[in-house]
Design a protein around this ligand. Structure first.
Ligand code: ADP
Ligand code: MG
Length: 568
């Protein structure tokens, strides 16, 4: 009679649920699980910190719509992964974390790395459980995979006791659990659709907001039709960028503040009215704005603003319902409306200001010059990963996305340290799909530091990621080398150095070359262009461009600070 181990059951169950990737770090008690995963045909990517492994797994979920697994050891291993679980849950991305834990017969005895793991994960997940027996493993894993994708996507946790990993059971005693189908699709209520259409038809200043839910929901085709058939201006959220191309004539991203402030009707597609959208409230929105809210999560309806129409359903399906109505009577928003002139005027003024900053030729460079040159060289189909403060904010406005799900960033939770894990995930997915799209990871120097050792992971697997560190010697801002050295004469650095500072001119490029990747130190626009072109031509190895910029470079004057303190 054929026997199977717990490790095999975990791996085979994941594979039957079409989990194609596993990221993790092995150790007692889960080494055999990683080996069994490889034997089952799952791609296993060994990382250097569980947090980065968990970020990577969650990005696969977002990019493919099917969760990846993150495999971690007990106690501290699992705790390191909590950041990734929280980040996935906040972003509404599917993820399955598999954690080894101490042997069941040592529980409460002070076992090695003993920790209440199932309880600990509850706050960071939709589902957290431990199979009660080897036989129960396939159904618990199916439930975790299904729960991670169905309803509002999020993270799930499955705990595997150490003694279960190598224990054996007869295969004939284990029930086969077939692969769960993709999430069922729901349509919005017909009355709500009618209401939405009547609100939209009365709009003088309509605005479509495209969130990362629209990207995750693969709503690009329906949305393109809506925007083009109705002639509506649209604004992507950070990760909603690319669902419709940033260079689409109806994209009003360059007039973001004005569009939000003056819109009288907002069609909110897969975005939450949280801090990213300034809660949908004054001073950033009109107090009387009417919101047509589309979301698959009923509890989301009415958060911060009571919607004029609540369309509960899948975005793609719901937008098609809207289109059907609008098509019937041929309504379109007039292209000669005053609203368009208001938006276009603001966009032109912003473009002019940005261009002036971008064309400055001073060395060290400012952010705008750096992004101007990068944007000229990046291929349109590249996946842009970005994190940092100014680096992410300015980069978002200057680096265009042309395809859906081709931008990954700090997201809803504002997490720093996600970049390298996300980039590894995107490169691994690309390599499995054979598309040959480049992954470009644009990092602030501080953001890079959180998971910098994952450069070794990129080198080990020959993932040709291009990391661009926009290095201003600090968090928000830094100091030049000369000022730093003056300051170190003033006393103990731990008492005199501003907490925002990092080592001036740190050689992050040498971290990459230490592992066999290509490292470039870049100070001028010419050096930047040359290094980026060389990196793009190398499809075998990762590169890191360490771009030293003016440590006092800042954003152009903003109408509102990025973190608006609305009165709720
Ligand atoms: P952003 O950060 O772009 O503003 P959020 O993560 O805040 O986006 O919001 C995404 C929203 O999309 C969530 O409320 C989620 O429930 C919703 N969502 C995800 N997938 C779908 C889908 N297929 N159909 C409808 N809503 C979706
Ligand atoms: Mg910095």
């Amino acid at each position: 009679m054929e026997e199977v181990t717990g490790a095999q059951l975990v791996a085979e169950a994941l594979k039957s649920q079409k989990v194609e990737f596993m990221f993790g770090i092995v150790g007692v008690p889960i080494i055999e699980v990683a080996m069994a995963a490889q034997a089952a045909g799952i791609r296993y990517v060994g990382m250097r910190n569980e947090q980065a492994a968990c970020y990577a797994a969650s990005a696969v979920g977002y990019l493919t719509g099917r969760p990846a697994a993150c495999l971690v050891v007990s106690g501290p291993g699992l705790i390191h992964a909590l950041g990734g679980m929280a980040n996935a849950n906040m972003n509404c991305w599917p993820l399955v974390v598999i954690g080894g834990s101490s042997d069941r017969n040592q529980e409460t005895a002070g076992a090695f790395q003993e920790f209440p793991q199932v309880e600990a994960c509850r706050l960071y997940s939709k589902f957290s459980a431990r199979p009660s027996s080897l036989e129960a493993i396939p159904s618990v894993i199916e439930k975790a995979v299904r729960t991670s994708m169905y309803g509002r996507p999020g993270s799930c946790y499955v705990d595997i006791a150490g003694d279960m990993v190598n224990a054996k059971v007869s295969r004939s005693n284990v029930r086969d659990v077939s692969c769960c189908p993709p999430p069922p699709v729901s349509l919005a209520d017909g009355t709500a659709i009618k209401e939405a259409v009547s609100v939209l038809r009365a709009a003088e200043r309509p605005l479509v907001i495209v969130g990362k839910g629209a990207a995750y929901g693969r709503a690009e085709e329906a949305l393109k039709e809506l925007v083009e058939v109705c002639g509506l201006p649209f604004l992507p959220t950070p990760m909603g960028k690319g669902v419709l191309p940033d260079n689409h004539p109806n994209c009003v991203a360059a007039a973001r503040s004005r569009a939000l402030l003056q819109a009288d009707v907002v069609i909110l597609l897969g975005a939450r009215l949280n801090w990213i959208l300034h809660f949908g409230l004054p001073p950033r929105f009109d107090p009387h704005v009417k919101v047509i809210q589309v979301d698959l999560c009923a509890e989301e309806m009415g958060n911060n603003v009571r919607p004029a129409a609540a369309l509960l359903g899948d975005i793609s399906a719901t937008v098609s319902q809207l289109l059907e109505f609008v098509r019937k009577d041929g309504w379109t928003f007039p292209s000669n409306a005053a609203w368009w002139s208001t938006l276009r005027e603001k966009m032109a003024a912003n473009a002019k200001m940005t261009k002036a900053l971008a064309l400055q030729s001073a060395v060290p460079m400012n952010y705008y010059t750096v992004f101007h040159h990068i944007s000229q060289l990046l291929p349109q189909d590249c996946i842009i990963v970005s994190e940092g403060a100014n680096t992410m904010d300015i980069g978002r406005t200057m680096l265009h996305n042309y395809l859906p799900r081709h931008r990954l960033d700090a997201g809803t939770f504002g997490t720093m340290g996600v970049g390298l894990g996300f980039a590894i995930a995107a490169a691994a997915v690309d390599s499995s799909q054979g598309k040959g799209q480049r992954v470009v990871c644009v990092e602030g120097d501080s953001a890079f530091g959180f998971s910098g050792m994952e450069v070794e992971t990129m080198c080990r697997y020959n993932l040709p990621v291009i990391i661009i560190v926009v290095n201003n010697n600090g968090i928000y801002s830094g100091m030049d080398a000369e000022t730093w050295s003056e300051m170190s004469k003033m006393g103990d650095l731990t008492t005199v150095a501003p907490p925002v500072t990092l080592l001036p001119d740190a050689r992050y490029d040498e971290v990459m070359s230490a592992f066999g990747g290509r490292g470039f130190l870049v100070r001028t626009a010419e050096e930047l262009r040359e290094a980026l072109q060389l990196s793009l031509s190398d499809r075998e190895r990762p590169s890191l461009l360490n771009v030293l910029i003016d440590p006092s470079s800042d954003r152009k004057q903003q109408e509102f600070p990025w973190l608006t303190r609305s009165n709720l």
